[in-house]
Structure formats: C-alpha cells, structure tokens
Design a protein around this ligand. Structure first.
Ligand code: NAI
Ligand code: MG
Length: 487
C-alpha cells in the first residue's frame, strides 16, 4: 500500500502562543497508523527547552487571563465547543487513523462528551464562589483562586475527551494550561491547537505539546513554575509524577490510574440489559478503557447460561478499518500494547481458567486482538488482579452477596464497579459497599459532565468532571477582617 502521510493536513509543530513552531534541534516523532502500521506524519517532539518556552508563555498569559471576566472565559469555552462540533468529523477521523478508535465511537460518545464538558464548565465560569464566615471580632471570606500555570498529561485511549475533561475546568477557573498529548496519537491535539487559535483564546492560555513521556512529561513534572499536574495513565508513571513533585516544588498532583472494574450480575437482573452492558464494558475501544468491566462475577444460578451467551456475543465482532461504519472493532493502539495483551492471554491459559472466546493471535498486519474471555478464573490469577487494558474478560461465579462484595473489593484498584440486579435494597447495599470512585447500577461506564469521576485506593486521587473538578483547579484563600470597634 502506498504510504499516506498527513503532514501538511494538520500542523506538525508544537502549539505555543497560538503558533505552531518546531521543537528545539528539530526533534520529531513518527506517528503510526495502528491499522496499516504505516507512518502517518512526523510531529515535533518537545524537549526540555521547549517545555521551558511553553511555561514562559503560560506564565505570561496567566497574568492577564486570571483577570479576564468570567463571561469572557465562558464565551471562549462555548466558542471552542462550537468549533469542535463543526470539525467533529475531522477529529473523529484523526482519532481513528491515529489511535484505532472507531469513528462512530468518537462521533457518538467521546466528542459529545467533550462538548458537554466544555458547556458545563463554561457555565461554572461565573460561579467560582467562596463563603462568607463569621469570626470573633470580624468576618472572613474565602476566594477560590486559580492555581496558576498547570499541566495535563494525556493518555491515548480517548485523547480528545480526556484533554477536555482537564482543559475546560482549568480555564473556567482562570488557570493557564500546557497539554502534553500522547506520543502514540497526537494528531487530534494538532487539530485542537488550530481550533483554540480560531476560537480567539488568547496566546499562551492553552499550549499543546507532543513529546515523549520520559522527556516532555518528565520535564513538566519537574518544572518548578508549574503549580499543578493532572495525569491520567498508568500507575507506574503516576507514581513517578508524584515522586517528582515531592522532589521539586510540591506541585499539586491529581492521578487517575485505571482500574480492574468489577461487574456483578445477580440472578434477578434484567438478562438482556446485564448482557449488553457487561459485553460492552470489556469490548468497547478494545477494553482500552480505565473503567473497563474486566472482572465479571455472575451468580451461580445463571452462570452457565451467562458464559454461553457472553462468549457468543463477544465473538461476533467485525474487525477492520475504524473509519468504516460496519467495523465494530479496530486495532489496539500499538504493537507493544498488543503484545502486552497477548502475554496476559498466555497467562490466562496457563492459570487453569477456561478459555471461552478468542485467545488466538489475529491474522492481520494491524494491531488486532480478538475479544477474549476466560471463565472460572480464580481470584488470585494475575489476569484477575492486574489491569490488562485490552479486550480480555475474566468471569467467575459467586453464590452470595456478601461473598461477592468481599471478592470484588479484593483489589488494589478502586475506580469503578457495576451491579446488575432488580432488588433495589441489594443495589443500594452493594453500591455502598463497593470501594470505588463510581458505581453504576444496571448500567456500565456512564460518565457525565456534571458527575465527578476518579478513583480510590491505587486508582489514584482527584476528580475530573462535576463541580468537584473545579475544586481541583482552584486554591482557597481565606481573607480575615478584624473590624475595629466591633464587639
Ligand atoms: P503511560 O502512563 O506511559 O502514558 C500515559 C501518558 O503519560 C502519556 O502521555 C505518556 O507520554 C506520559 N508519560 C509516560 N512516561 C512519563 C513520565 N516518566 N513522566 C511523565 N509522563 C509520562 O501509559 P502507556 O505506557 O501508554 O500504557 C501502559 C499501560 O498503562 C496500559 O496498558 C494501561 O494499563 C495503562 N493506561 C491507563 C490509562 C487510564 O486511562 N487510566 C490510559 C493509558 C494507559
Ligand atoms: Mg498513532
């Protein structure tokens, strides 16, 4: 196949001060299409000096952005939403060819989610309020002030949506932000830079840099003029960022580090609904989803019937080009991720679990992995414990509510859980007992701009979305007035 390159279609430079500029020493990264394994584009890769330049730009921009009226900030966020909506098909195409994300998933889920967040936080811009408090001899009030120059380090699994989860509240609260796009699929970010300039967001308020995690990401983490980092990605990198903050300027850090989501199906659950969501929960975006429902516990009374139907449904996937409407499953992000998933499939095979779907390498040049499911997976199997970030379901039977809650909570992670039952008392009890940042009842994976999202335990801390996200992007100052002559 002739090599298709996007160079010239999206800008390839670093987006700093609303201009695209080359990285120092003209450093670049080659960007791969995971379907064809061909080179799509060559994009500038930020080095230490470029991060310094981005921070200088963001620092200068902050001095005026923090004084802008809330209505100005709101109008710009709404304008950006309009432009993303206008160019949604271009962004969805870029995510498809660069990250293997289905075009229809970007158009139907991820981009609408991003738009909702822009509009939701635009609405907050003039509501970042404090409290008035009474103290002996006077009064006090609190101000929720912007933190300053912030950074967001973005993963590759839903890059535009996660970028907006961070950018929208950061800007609404009056911060400036440097976005480090994922080196495996930065093209959406190159397009976003164009739209930010077109929206009239002042230069330096949003700088977007592509770069290697160990170079650009590490430089952002260590930079002493950056006051906060919001990170979504792997637990190992999250720990490094936290340690770097501790070693440097104690910048605020929020971490969303994925999970090992439990989906619990009781025998009184709506059968079709439970099957739909549990199947979706581990196959959508190839299971490369932080809230993937990768551990499925099914009550023993319906277990055999469930695994039969589950294996049939996950095996029906249509593999192919993520741009094409008929495709239900694109490639995973890259070869390393494919190999990681295949190695977990091997671990599953040797763990004594029963393979009920997939499990064989997929015959294709692209980075495809067939949907795979194991039944009878033991609680201590590595595939049951570790995040795979692939289309690999672990299914196990349970007998009683208390037992399944204990087993579902027996994990280092705590991002999400789902419970399927028609018994409302049980739904309430289980939702309360789950150690997770989000529990869905008779549903899986729902995220909404107005509901906070984040983890407990080793899934990290801090929240995206909801009004809780605004707290993450503001500092509280208390002002105390001593009133002379007051009693
Ligand atoms: P990663 O954590 O390395 O990548 C996420 C982001 O962190 C990227 O922008 C990357 O450039 C950056 N990064 C990498 N090293 C860095 C460093 N030393 N300092 C600062 N930033 C750095 O994740 P990776 O390697 O792409 O995926 C590996 C595994 O991580 C996946 O298999 C999955 O288990 C997990 N993951 C979880 C995600 C989530 O949504 N929670 C998203 C992506 C990956
Ligand atoms: Mg790519």
């Amino acid at each position: 196949m002739a090599e298709v390159t996007l160079t010239g279609v999206v800008p390839t430079g670093l987006f700093i001060d609303n201009k695209f500029i080359p990285a120092s020493a003209n450093s670049t990264i080659n960007i791969e299409n995971p379907l064809t394994c061909s080179n799509l584009a060559t994009v500038s890769a930020a080095q230490n000096e470029d991060i310094d330049r981005a921070v200088q730009s963001s620092t200068l921009a902050f001095s005026s952005w923090k004084r802008e009226s809330p209505s100005f900030r709101r109008a710009l966020l709404l304008k950006l939403a309009d432009l993303i909506e206008r160019d949604a098909s271009i962004i969805a195409s870029l995510e498809a060819i660069d990250a293997g994300i289905l075009y229809r998933d970007s158009m139907g889920m991820n981009i609408p989610q991003a738009l909702e967040n822009l509009k939701y936080f635009a609405g907050w811009a003039d509501k970042v309020d404090g409290l008035t408090l009474t103290i002996p001899g006077g009064m006090a009030y609190t101000r929720r002030e912007p933190i300053g120059v912030c950074a967001a380090i973005i993963p590759w699994n839903a890059p535009l949506m996660i970028t907006i989860w961070k950018l929208a509240p950061a800007l609404a609260a009056g911060n400036t932000i440097i976005i480090k796009t994922p080196e495996m699929c930065p093209l959406y970010g190159q397009k976003l830079g164009q739209l930010i300039a077109e929206a009239g967001i002042p230069p330096g308020v949003v700088n977007i840099v592509c770069g290697l995690g160990g170079v650009a990401g590490a430089a952002l983490s260590a930079h002493t003029s950056i006051r906060k980092i919001s990170f979504t990605g792997s637990p190992g990198v999250g720990r490094q960022i936290l340690a770097t903050s501790a070693r440097t300027n104690l910048k605020r850090v929020t971490l969303e580090l994925g999970g090992k989501g439990a989906s619990i199906v009781f025998d009184d659950a709506d059968w079709e609904n439970a099957l739909f969501w549990t199947t979706m929960g581990i196959t959508v975006n190839n299971g490369q989803v932080c809230i993937a429902g990768s551990r499925i516990y099914v009550q023993d009374t319906i277990y055999d019937k469930f695994i039969q139907e589950f294996s049939k449904r996950v095996s029906e996937a249509v593999h192919g080009d993520p741009l094409i409407a008929e495709t239900t499953k694109g490639p995973v992000i890259n070869r390393a991720q494919r190999d990681k998933i295949l190695s977990y499939i091997d671990l599953g095979k040797s763990s004594g679990a029963k393979l009920i779907a997939g499990g064989e390498p997929f015959p294709s040049d692209g980075h495809f992995v067939a949907n795979t499911a194991f039944a009878d997976v033991s609680d201590d199997a590595r595939i049951m414990k570790e995040e795979v970030f692939g289309p690999l379901a672990c299914i196990a039977p349970f007998i009683a509510e208390e037992e399944v809650v204990r087993r579902a909570n027996d994990t280092a992670f705590g991002l999400s859980a789902a419970v399927f039952t028609n018994d409302l008392n049980r739904a309430y009890r289980v939702a309360e007992a789950m150690e997770a940042g989000q529990v869905t009842v008779n549903n899986w994976g729902a995220v909404h701009a107005n509901t906070p999202f984040g983890g407990v335990k080793e899934s990290g801390f801090g929240r995206d979305m909801g009004k809780e996200a605004l707290d993450e992007w503001t500092s509280v100052k208390t002002v105390k007035w001593h009133i002379l002559g007051s009693t």
